[in-house]
Structure formats: C-alpha cells, structure tokens
Design a protein. Structure first.
Length: 189
C-alpha cells in the first residue's frame, strides 16, 4: 500500500513538473519577436475544412498578412500539404487569402507537400535557391517553441511572429503541444 502511494505521488509530481515545464517552453517560444531582418518567413499551415481555413489557420494568415504589410521586402513561404477533409492544400488556402488581401504573388512561395512541422520547415528551406541560415517562423503562439527547436536542429536561427490561439480549442491544442514538445526533446522532431 505504501509503495503504491509513493509511486502515485512520484507520477503526479512528474506530470505536474512536465506540465509546468512545457508550459514555460511555450511562453518562451514567442521570442525573439520578428522585426523584418530575415529575408524569408515561413507560415506554418493548419487545418482546412474543405476550402475554408480553420480558425487556427485564419489567425496564422492574419498574422502573416500583418507581417507582410509591415515588411514588404520579405518573401513568404506558405507551408502545408493537403490532408483528409481538405479539398485544397493549406498552402493554397494561405495563397488565396494573401492574394485577395493585396500581397503580390511574386512574394509567395508554395510548399504543399508537407504533413508535419518538421516537413514544413525542411521542405520550405529546400525551396530557397540561396543558402539560408536565418528565417522567420509565423505560427500559433503555442506552436512556436517546437517549431524553433526543429529549425535549430536543421541549423537555422529564427525569430518569430506569434498568431493567437483560438479560445475554443486552446486547451486541446496546448495539451497536445505539451506531448509533442516532450516527443521533440526525446526524438528531435
């Protein structure tokens, strides 16, 4: 009985510790803030429902539009493939939105093969014709710590533009991201 209580207390301590630690990583992930000093910004995709962007993707597109308008010299890499229930790729949904909002097509690069954050970053970097060691990442605030970790593993220095997280799915997304962060630390992706 005493041994099972001790094990339970240890497990609870570990879970609480990891919850707090990964939460702090997510808070820290929104730094350093992007300032237009990088030539390329990668916008990470999120779910598209048919041809309609999810609220998460809409918030990322809104942040990308703000950034593109503020820094007109930056090229935008729209990164996200086409998954189940998506009639167009996430990258295509972003392209449509940005073009409809007066961002010139010449500034946009489409990466529509990726199925994960690792692939988003890897495939996007491979599209750039000149060697790049620094990029801006635009994604949801909770997602930036892991995206920066992956970018570092690819030899990139980053700054970030944080998009807000939809309140309606925030608990679910942040909980899932905590698990993904732990996996990222263990596996590296």
């Amino acid at each position: 009985m005493k041994a099972s209580l001790t094990v339970s207390v240890i497990v609870i301590f570990i879970v609480v510790f990891l919850w707090i630690l990964t939460g702090q990583w997510m808070v820290d992930g929104v730094e350093p803030k992007a300032n237009g000093s990088k030539d390329y910004a990668i916008i990470l995709g999120a779910k598209v429902n048919g041809e309609i962007p999810s609220l998460s993707l809409q918030y990322r597109m809104d942040a990308a539009l703000d950034y593109a308008e503020k820094y007109p010299h930056v090229y935008l890499i729209l990164s996200g493939g086409q998954g189940a229930g998506e009639h167009i790729s996430e990258a295509e949904a972003m392209r449509r939105f940005l073009v409809e909002n007066s961002i010139q097509e010449e500034r946009l690069m489409i990466e529509d093969s990726s199925t994960s954050t690792y692939e988003n970053l890897l495939y996007s970097i491979e599209m750039i014709s000149v060697p790049v060691k620094e990029i801006t990442i635009i994604s949801s605030d909770y997602h930036l710590a892991r995206a920066q970790n992956i970018a570092r593993s690819l030899g990139l220095r980053t700054d970030v533009m944080a998009a807000k997280t939809p309140k309606v799915v925030e608990l679910k997304l942040r909980t899932r991201e905590r698990l993904a962060l732990i996996k990222n630390v263990i596996v590296g992706r």
